[in-house]
Unconditional design. Structure first.
Length: 71
């Protein structure tokens, strides 16, 4: 199985690209609610996305959206 990726767009829908997932975190109800990605692709620039009520992942800064890709 390949490493999961997060397809990231800004709030206007402009593609930022696919980023490798560094960690996944589930809550007590079994929902995947936190995803951390290697945003700078150097292993040092991680960015955290949280699951919103509408089912989308949004960055901690609330300026980017992400969609998980399981390949």
């Amino acid at each position: 199985m390949k490493q999961p990726e997060l397809e990231i767009t800004d709030l206007n829908g402009k593609s930022i690209g696919k980023k490798n997932v560094m960690s996944l975190h589930w809550d007590g109800m079994g929902r995947l609610w936190v995803v951390t990605v290697d945003f700078m692709r150097e292993g040092t620039g991680d960015l955290t996305f949280y699951l919103e009520d509408n089912g989308e992942y949004i960055s901690i800064n609330k300026n980017l959206k992400g969609t998980l890709i399981w390949n």
